[in-house]
Design a protein around this ligand. Structure first.
Ligand SMILES: C[S@@+](CC[C@H](N)C(=O)[O-])C[C@H]1O[C@@H](n2cnc3c(N)ncnc32)[C@H](O)[C@@H]1O
Length: 340
């Protein structure tokens, strides 16, 4: 079985696994590009059948498939035949919480991830150096298709986080919840469905709000959900009881986060609160996934994953104090903050 690090594996081999980790990403990308997870969904297929369906070289595809069996992405119920597993289900193109779109982003991200040394040297995101502008502007101005892929990836990836967040926090006492940078409304729809008295405001950039309109209508919550386009670095819709930020602060440096938090404070009712849902990094060996994601953030945008103390300082800089940090059944925690 694939093990990146374990005390049972000799040190030399552990490091060899790490060195070859790049091939793991590429193998997972190939599953998505060739839609292999879709092709084995209804039953086992031979390497020859899969090679014909994907127009690939049979021997080389077999070599990829056997690697994916070691990674437990596929099983090999009989020699030369490959079948789905619960891991490949995450890579099917149309499962609700699919990682398909996020994986597809690797096609583009590869170049940026390969420039970690630039970010280490300069303290700046390699993306801006490679593409000539920051990622948000690039996605809206230069490559709206990549922008749409990013939004789809966020929606499906964060889909698995909705229920754990709604279960971990009592949203029923809130009148109006403003989802700041709420994307296509994936979380807000779940929160509204679970809390019939709750009203929602979905706030995001104009192009994203346009994409969200249909989803909100289809979910049947349009009568309780206002859609507002704008820039959270400028101002936020006033009068909310709570301002919810999931997967937002990690995208920005401390100065921008302070601006966003101050804009929340400006907009919210005096007894309002701010709810932040993202990772709170632990020390030592804890949270490897969060720390790897932090490195991806480092090369793409000027944001970062933060530890509890860093969040406390950040909130204090915006005149807020953290009241509670609630665990959820996901890698995310909910930080509840009020005016200090
Ligand atoms: C990483 S996504 C998170 C989306 C959503 N909160 C979720 O958890 O699925 C960040 C969101 O912030 C939005 N965003 C980025 N810059 C913004 C700005 N200046 N004003 C408003 N929204 C912005 C993006 O369009 C995107 O939807």
């Amino acid at each position: 079985m694939f093990q990146l690090t374990s005390e049972k594996v000799p040190p030399h081999q552990q490091v060899l696994f790490m060195i070859h980790g790049a091939m793991v990403s590429q193998a997972v990308l190939a599953v998505v590009q060739l839609r292999l997870a879709d092709l084995v969904r209804d039953g086992k297929k031979s390497a020859a059948q899969l090679a014909e369906a994907t127009q690939t070289d049979e021997l080389n595809l077999y070599r990829l498939l056997r690697t994916l069996v070691s990674l437990r992405i596929f099983s090999e119920p009989e020699p030369g035949y490959f079948a789905s597993t619960e891991l490949s289900a995450c890579l099917q193109s149309d499962s609700p919480e699919s990682l398909y779109h996020l994986t597809l982003m690797l096609e583009e991200r590869w170049k940026t991830v390969g420039s970690l040394s630039y970010s280490l040297r300069t303290g700046k995101p390699a993306f801006e150096h490679l593409y000539g502008k920051d990622m948000w502007r690039y996605l809206t101005e230069d490559d709206p298709e990549a922008g749409a892929l990013f939004n789809r990836a966020m929606t499906s990836m964060s889909g698995s986080l909705n229920q754990p967040l709604v279960d971990a926090y009592d949203f029923s006492s809130i009148g109006t919840l403003v989802d700041v940078g709420g994307g296509e409304g994936s979380f807000l729809v779940t929160a509204l469905e679970h809390n019939p008295a709750l009203k929602g405001v979905l706030f995001d950039q104009p192009s994203v709000i346009e994409q969200a309109r249909e989803r909100i209508a289809q979910a049947g919550v349009a009568d309780r959900c206002e859609l507002i386009a704008g820039d959270f670095l400028q101002a936020l819709p006033p009068g909310g009881d709570a301002y919810f930020l999931r997967h937002i602060l990690l995208d920005w440096d401390d100065a921008a986060c302070e601006t966003i938090l101050r804009n929340c404070v400006q907009a919210m009712k005096p007894d309002g609160k701010i709810l932040v849902a993202e990772s709170v990094l632990g020390s030592g060996q804890a949270d490897l996934l969060g720390k790897l994601i932090d490195l991806v953030i480092m090369v793409t945008i000027p944001g970062r994953e933060r530890e509890e103390e860093e969040f406390r300082k950040l909130f204090a800089s915006a005149g807020l104090s953290i009241r509670r940090i609630l665990p959820t059944r996901s890698p995310y925690k909910i930080i509840e903050a009020v005016i200090a």
